[in-house]
Design a binder for this molecule. Structure first.
Ligand code: BEZ
Length: 251
């Protein structure tokens, strides 16, 4: 999937704004070697560096990394696959905000993170958890089915695991999970009744790939209509985000 990194920064700044809260859990110590996995346009990577860490930001998207390098030329960024990466020099911590749900090969990601950490190193992350944007996914699937796009409706775009699923995987790979929480975070959407369409166009483009433009517009309008009773609160629209946040230590 090709990302529009400018639009991501302008309209979806909430992704890294919420991430600042997760950063507190990372509790950066000066001099630590830290990997920011799925760093997007690099805003949190820069904040980690400003706290005195030796940081590297990686992302699967070349567009995101190009934007990150342009914004923060003094930070180390690289295009890497979170499900399959390797480093000789090990990290004190791996941090990840709002990225791991894009990695369908969760075992590959956890194995790579484990191997990249020093003994005693920590993996601190937040991602979409089970039930994340459930109403939006349900409405999207229903409307795609109604339009005869049955295969598209079944596209698996994200992985939103439960506490049990993800912590089991972490433990199977050798981590000790010292903290985990699965919580509701109702998330405001911008642009009023255009917000759902814009969110899907930005993040769920795979559902709509190849559908003619006028039909796509119609589909987005129908999804919006289905979601209105749940998402529209007196003109402010919210999405039903659910977050999974954890700290896991390499034993
Ligand atoms: C999330 O942060 O939960 C999310 C963002 C984009 C697509 C899906 C989930």
């Amino acid at each position: 999937m090709k990302w529009n990194a400018d639009l991501y920064d302008q309209k979806h700044a909430f992704v890294f704004k919420y991430g600042e809260d997760v950063l507190e859990f990372l509790d950066v110590k000066p001099g630590e070697r830290i990997l920011d996995l799925g760093c997007g346009t690099g805003h949190l990577t820069k904040q980690i560096q400003d706290k005195g860490a030796v940081v590297k930001g990686t992302d699967y998207s070349p567009e995101m990394i190009a934007q990150a390098k342009q914004l923060y030329p003094d930070v180390d960024f690289a295009v890497e696959n979170a499900a399959d990466f390797y480093t000789d020099e090990k990290y004190d911590a791996v941090f990840s905000n709002a990225a791991l749900h894009w990695v369908l090969d969760a075992n590959g990601a956890i194995r790579s993170v484990f191997n990249s950490l020093k003994k005693g190193g920590r993996f601190v992350a937040e991602m979409g958890g089970k039930g994340n944007v459930e109403r939006l996914i349900e409405a999207t699937k229903q409307v795609l089915h109604n339009h005869g796009y049955n295969e598209k409706a079944d596209t698996k775009v994200w992985y939103f695991p439960s506490v049990g699923e993800y912590t089991t995987k972490l433990e199977e790979h050798g981590f000790r999970v010292t903290y985990v929480i699965h919580y509701d975070r109702k998330t405001p959407l911008q642009d009023g009744d255009q917000g759902v369409a814009k969110w899907i166009t930005m993040f769920g483009a795979q559902f709509l790939d190849g559908i003619p433009a006028d039909e796509k517009e119609q589909i987005l309008a129908e999804i919006t209509k289905k979601l209105e009773p749940f998402y529209n609160e007196n003109g402010q629209w919210y999405a039903d985000y659910k977050r999974l946040r954890f700290i896991a230590v390499k034993e």
